[in-house]
Ligand binder design. Sequence first.
Ligand SMILES: *Cc1c(COP(=O)(O)O)cnc(C)c1O
Length: 377
Amino acid sequence: MPLSPRTIAVSAGRPAHEAGSPVNHPIDVSTTFLQGTDVVYSRQDLSRTDALAGFETALGALEGGEVTAFASGMAASSAVFETLPVGSGVVLPANCYYSNQTVLNDAGERGRLLVRVVDTADTEATVDAMDELGECALLWLESPSNPMLQVCDLPALAAAAHERGALVAVDSTFNTPFVLRPLEHGADLVVHSATKYIGGHSDLLMGVVVAARDDLVAAVRQRRYLGGAMPGTLETFLALRGLRTLPLRIAAAQANAGDLARRLSEHPQVAWVRYLGLPDDPFHERAARLQDGFGAVLTFGPVGGADAADRLCELVRLITPATSLGGVETLMERRAKYAGDRAQGVPADLLRLSVGVEDVEDLWDDLAQALDRLRST
Ligand SMILES: *Cc1c(COP(=O)(O)O)cnc(C)c1O
């Protein structure tokens, strides 16, 4: 009987199951090795038995593909873009992690790629954008998108892209393999910022590319070797440790997020709430159809607009006003303070809450006291 994903997260990528083996892979800091095998230099794709191999094996078993780990999420997505021949057509989302949009738009301006930006939650518009390019090499998706929480119809888009000879890559950072495995829905490549949920403790920068096709794996691995964006050995060790508890953290954070979303939507000081798990959310049905759960990021706007949102970030005591997401601790920030998010049309009052695994009553008490003080100031 196949193991359940929760068991795979704990058991895959361990050292050999034999007498005297360590339970965890060692942190191996050597860059060079006594010659005589294929293990030569640590920027290479080594057949080693350290935490990097363990991490890639374990996450690959969860995603259903081969994982190549990188020094950051941006290094991972950049490696995918670099595999494209000069002049390739790329369709990308109007709302997505802003640095990915910047890298692709910049490649467009420098004539390296032909780029089209479109609302990829709109399947028809996305198919039209691929056709307008003439030849589309890559459809880049992010689902749910940051921070607008738009969900793509991945199976429909993958089918349309493949009919047109395009590859489909999905930035699945917000979901993790416990919520969605894009390869199962037709994606060719999956990218994560492992800095977020996979690491899970806001203490490492890493990224991954997952692919099932051998030629894609080889191309991505070659980009890592030549581009040099290998993850550090300590980071890899920590990412594997994070992965072991990912299913537990995701389950706890998702439950908290659902609870907070419901309570926020009933609070008189809250103007609006977006959470994929709310039955009236515009992307609820699509998320329910494709995903196992609704993730642990929600967004909301307090009564009083952007100023009130900034003030709320000053009034919280337990929740940390900081960027990033996916850690055990709850983080909150007003996204439109960044020019990049403003340019994508992110509402000025939008607060992104990355819900952690604290006791939900403590999180609610903190939000409620901040909202109460907001009203009285
Ligand atoms: C953080 C993030 C990235 C970039 O990852 P880094 O590890 O910061 O380089 C890419 N996509 C999404 C959705 C992210 O949240």
